[in-house]
Every structure is written in C-alpha cells, then in structure tokens.
Design a protein around this ligand. Sequence first.
Ligand code: COA
Length: 224
Amino acid sequence: MNSIDLFQNPLPRWFKRKSRPTVLIKELRERDRRRMLKHFLGLERADRLLRFGSALPDELVGSYVNGIDFSRDMVFGVYNRVFQLVAVGHLAFAKTDPGKSAVTAKERVAEFGVSVGRSVRGMGVGSKLFERAAIHCRNNDVDTLYMHCLSSNQTMMHIARKAGMAIQRDYGEADAYLKLAPPNPGSMLQEAVEEQFATLDYTLKANTRAAVKWLDRLPGRKRR
Ligand SMILES: CC(C)(COP(=O)(O)OP(=O)(O)OC[C@H]1O[C@@H](n2cnc3c(N)ncnc32)[C@H](O)[C@@H]1OP(=O)(O)O)[C@@H](O)C(=O)NCCC(=O)NCCS
C-alpha cells in the first residue's frame, strides 16, 4: 500500500514542485453553486468527458451541480483575479462497512473529481486541489482517497502517480487510491491557514466585483 505523510517525513516528491504562482484553494458553499455550473458548462467537450467519464449533456451537468450535498461532501475551488471560478475539486464521501471493508477500518472513504479551466492549466492548480483534498481527508478521519478516470487521461495519471497513488487499469478506465497518514498538528494547521488566506482573498475579490458592478450601474457610466 502506498502512503504519504505530508509533515512527518521530509517533503514528499509531489510536494517538491517547480516554482509556481501561489494557488489559493477555497471551500465552496451553496452560494458558489451558480459559478460551479458556469465552470462545468464552460469546459470543452473533451474535458467534460474526462471529468465525468462521459460527455454529459448540459441538463445532467446541471443536475449534478444541483445534487451536490454540501453538508456531506467538500467542494474546493480556485478563483482567478476577476472572481471567476476557474477550477473545482469535489471530494465526495461514502460510508463503508468498517468491519467488512478490506481497504479501511474507517467509517468513510472519499472520492475526488477535479477540473481546471484551460486558461490556468499547467500551473499546479490540479495538484494543489488534490493535495488540499488529501489533507482534508486526513483531518477528518478518512484514510483512503479514491480517484476514477479514463486511463488515457495522461495528465491525471501523472498527478496520481506523483501523489503515490496505487493505480489499477481496466477496460480503458483507471481506479487509483491513496492511503493517507493520520492527522497531526501540522496538517490541521496547514488546512486552517490555507482556508484563512483563501477566505481573505475570496472576500476581497467578491467585494471588488460588487463595487465594479455598482459603479457600472451609476448614471453616465459606460457599460462594460
Ligand atoms: C487533469 C487536470 C485537472 C490537471 O490540471 P492542471 O492544473 O493542469 O494540473 P497541474 O498543473 O497541477 O499538473 C499537471 C501535471 O501534469 C503534467 N502533464 C501535463 N500534460 C501531460 C501529459 N500529456 N502527460 C503526462 N503529464 C502531463 C504536467 O507537466 C504537470 O506535471 P508537474 O506538476 O509534475 O510538472 C486538468 O487538465 C483538467 O481539468 N482536465 C480535464 C478534466 C479531467 O481530466 N479531470 C480529471 C478526472 S477526475
């Protein structure tokens, strides 16, 4: 079984990445649902196929977004400079039968799905979302993180391998899973600090956006 420990061991391989812009990962809530829909509908057809495993029509993408249960799952997002949601990671939790599961003794496992808009690819956003999902699992008593993707998805397979995931390929699809170390003060602190910074950034961008909209509505202003 593969396992990672983000803090007790020297930095894991997937942590040591090239110098890249800071990526702030924000927990998404009910108020972000509309922007999530916009992000998913904005994905190109090929990316939608990679994200959902099939080329879902718009209505089903809408049902997926409306069906996300924020009280059970965790959704993470990245906002760009102009407050557009450019990446979304959905960490879905499922109950296990702890006595019977061959994989975990915990009560829940998690599955991660992610999409990053083309304008911000290759900057470490997908990896960072994955890393945040893994830390959130650790801090919430989940030690098994799954990911399902098409095995032709070279980028995602690369991220999975980099994270040390065990990968099984079958009929063009790949199931990957990662065993996670228990939480420690470092993992708790990292998640809390990251969320604090992302919340500040989110608030600033949301307020700026609201101010720009308000100014645009003033009489005599040209519409953008
Ligand atoms: C997969 C996806 C999330 C990656 O997002 P991203 O922000 O570009 O990812 P990152 O920048 O963190 O990392 C990309 C890594 O893949 C590597 N990579 C890119 N294209 C690659 C390819 N064709 N083959 C192998 N590796 C590749 C990059 O070099 C980079 O590696 P590095 O961090 O070691 O340098 C994004 O491409 C996407 O949204 N795809 C469509 C939806 C999807 O496939 N979702 C996954 C299924 S759940």
